[in-house]
Design a protein around this ligand. Structure first.
Ligand code: ADP
Ligand code: ADP
Length: 228
């Protein structure tokens, strides 16, 4: 049974229909990617899942139940955590404080500091910078912090919106390798939105190709990679 399922989801910005009946699934433990060019509807899809944008039709199911009418703040405690596009970290808060924000709904303080230690093991540069304001980090480090903060919520499904955006290929490679480790070691399901199809399909097992608000292709990542 899928951990997440979109059934014929549509979404509008005023009169513009950004999503025209999107159906897709993510299964427990898998890395699934949503690829497509600029304006295809990738970000809108993620925002609709998290109820940042209200779907105008269809349904979104998480662990078998509809989450369409749940406030986005309810989702992280259920294990559905998002890393929005553009590395939205808190620039004035330190790295540690940013990470703590990701665990705001958790009560177990010992568990929180253990998880923070684990994130420092995954991203050693964040340990070095733990007392620095998030805004003083480089772009790649801020992306690591944004992912780390989402991980502090102990996601079952992690939604990543264009983590490669504006970063050097080498940094992207490092970040993706760590995301892969998180998936393999913790079994965290990953839904990865990417404009860079090559990078995304090398990491994912399955993919969906979006074009003007519709799924135009879907299948095994290897098959999509061969399809120019
Ligand atoms: P992608 O993430 O694939 O680049 P988006 O989901 O951002 O695509 O956009 C899908 C469509 O919705 C595009 O046509 C875009 O112009 C439109 N759109 C996105 N955000 C807004 C907005 N805030 N107001 C109006 N139209 C928008
Ligand atoms: P502003 O909207 O003027 O940037 P905010 O206090 O809302 O001021 O945000 C301060 C910083 O925190 C901004 O850099 C913003 O991108 C980031 N931010 C705001 N909301 C969130 C959020 N829900 N998750 C992560 N970062 C956020």
């Amino acid at each position: 049974e899928p951990i997440l399922e979109l059934r014929n989801v549509s979404a509008h910005y005023g009169n513009i229909q950004a999503l025209k009946g999107i159906s897709l699934k993510a299964f427990p433990g898998e890395v699934v990617t949503i690829i497509g060019g600029n304006g295809a509807g990738k970000s809108t899809t993620l925002m609709t899942i998290c109820n940042v944008i209200k779907a105008s039709g269809g349904d979104v199911l998480y662990e078998g139940r509809s989450i369409l009418n749940l406030a986005s703040a309810k989702l992280a405690p259920m294990g559905l955590c998002q890393v929005p596009e553009g590395r939205r970290i808190f620039p004035r808060l330190t790295v540690e404080e940013n990470l703590e924000m990701g665990a705001f709904f958790r009560k177990d303080k010992a568990g929180i500091s253990r998880d923070m230690e684990h994130i420092f093991e995954l991203f050693p540069v964040l340990r070095e910078r733990r007392r620095q304001p998030g805004g003083t980090l480089s772009g790649g480090e801020q992306q690591m912090l944004a992912i780390g903060r989402a991980l502090m919520g102990r996601p079952k499904l992690l939604l990543l919106d264009e983590p490669s955006l504006g970063l050097a290929p080498l940094i992207v490679q490092r970040i993706f390798r760590i995301v892969e480790d998180i998936n393999k070691q913790q079994g965290t399901s990953i839904m990865l939105v990417e404009q860079n199809a090559n990078v995304a399909l090398r990491m994912a097992s399955r993919g969906y190709v979006l074009e003007t608000g519709k799924v135009v292709m879907e299948g095994e990542a290897a098959a999509l990679l061969d399809n120019p």
